[in-house]
Design a protein around this ligand. Sequence first.
Ligand code: KIV
Ligand code: ZN
Length: 387
Amino acid sequence: MTDKLIIFDTTLRDGEQSPGASMTKEEKVRIAKALEKLRVDVIEAGFPVASPGDFAAVQAVANTIKDSTVCGLARALDKDIDCAAEALKGAVSARIHTFIATSPVHMEMKLHMSPQQVLEQAVQAVKRARQYTDNVEFSPEDAGRSETDFLCRIIEAVINAGATTINIPDTVGYTLPDRFGKLMAELRERIPNSDRAIFSVHCHNDLGLAVANSLAAVMNGARQVECTINGLGERAGNAALEEVVMAVRTRQDVFTCHTDLDTTQILTCSRLVSNITGFPVQPNKAIVGANAFAHESGIHQDGVIKHRQTYEIMRAEEVGWHANRMVLGKHSGRNAFRERLKQINIEFESEEALNAAFARFKALADKKHEIYDDDLQALVTDTLTSE
Ligand code: KIV
Ligand code: ZN
């Protein structure tokens, strides 16, 4: 058996930070239930100190969810940590996630603190969180632009203070996969007590690299990935849960870990989050886009009809689609045309009749993006009556 990769979903926290994606308490609970059914390990339900509404939402999720750990975010401040602990009181399994920035630009320009002050505040925050729960996560915000020596020092100190998960965020989506993978490896190697914590990764998608960076970290020992449904999140979003999970599942020849997710729930979660937030899923989005398992070109359709693995690296059913989809359009071939007709119970008596119908189909496909079953019915009737 390979290592378990913990899936930490932050749709309800980082996802909600996406401009225009705020959710009500009831909506958060609905999504949390869907995530529980998907069997995510940790649900980050919100940032309790941010507003009374967010506090109530985290509390409601904590009181409802039984099979996933429920997490609340807190800055490295006593009042945030106390507030998160209060909101999480009803959880079967609770985690407090505390963070403070460690990059030179954040420490100097935002926090106006020296690295030593940041380190001391981080240690203090982790110790306080440990008074409430033994499940404490620490994030050095903007780790992707932080100095590695300082990261090593602060991470060693917070592990000694009781942090059980160390999350490495690429807060502004700045890193590149090769560099980020090496950073994960170096941290785990250089920090003397690194084996006492699980290393995690949290990547943003500003350069479209969130999933690639997350996977590079996993290849270098990260055993938790923080991600969101449909890649929702601050600015260009976070790593998309569905992409991370299916990459690990599909490429078991490369990854030495697995997830415990019920991947057949992925599409349901995607649709739910899209409906609640009003953020549509682009048709060509991997895994959950309408075209993710659709084939239009004749060569591809012919290949898939002969053997699905010719053009499919995973099965549509694995992620919750009923089946793959053959789209009849101008690139489609005779084989797919015949196959679709068969599925709707139309068979021609002669090859000539089929050829005549196929010629009409091609002419129509030049005018119309997609040919539906109704179009086929009309076209066949037309062919037969004009014979
Ligand atoms: O992007 C980030 O750095 C965060 C932290 C709070 C983990 O969301
Ligand atoms: Zn983030």
